[in-house]
Design a protein. Sequence first.
Length: 257
Amino acid sequence: MQRHTTSTNVPKTRGKSNQNIMQVEEQNAPVELPETVLSEVPRRGWFWTISDKIVAASFKLPLVGQVLRRIFPRGLRARIHARRVWELASRAYMENTIIPALAATDGIVLQVGTDRYTRHYSALFERYGCVLHTMDSEPEVALFGAPGHHLTADFLKLDEHVSPGAYSAVLLSGVFGYGIDDVISQDRALCVCSKILRPGGMLVLGWNTNLVDDPLKLPGASEFFAGAADSDLPVRVGFAGETTIYDFMVLMESTAE
């Protein structure tokens, strides 16, 4: 479920009526959004910066695109995409900064959404002495999940299957706009996080500015969470040339169930 994109900034609203969406938006009191700290982490390589544009443009050409799709099967294209994502500065920040911080929360961490470029995350957490659980709604990506600790399920119903306070941290990145698309579902996702996190547990919310509106405007963001101002992480971080934003929040103890 984790993806990266460069599409236009139109929030998706599949499966929900405009009336329901308006009701959630009307509940939103004005909120003070955190300042985005621009990370200085560079991309891991320059090659994919250029090749991304060349490959994307080539596939859009009518005849050339057809030839490329025949030459490069879907599985190979998925591997190339995974390599390009791995090169991004946001992914370097994830592996070098976010994962060590989550591993230090002294508990079980849940990663929502798996893909080819996250298959090694379980080993990274293990290196830091932490157990990682993963989940995704798509059965075909289960092989990229944590061995022995992966669940195929609907995240919006996860609180029905997991004990309250089961996790010390939740990594919810690349999911809003890629399965959890409308504001009703996104707010429900924050509610689920509030139930499965322990009091004071950390939520890392990764999203793309060109896919969804700022999730901190959702009612559940201010109802259940506060910015992780006391941690070594910024409250919000962005990356030059990318649409990726990471928000770092903690579950307020008065709202934990």
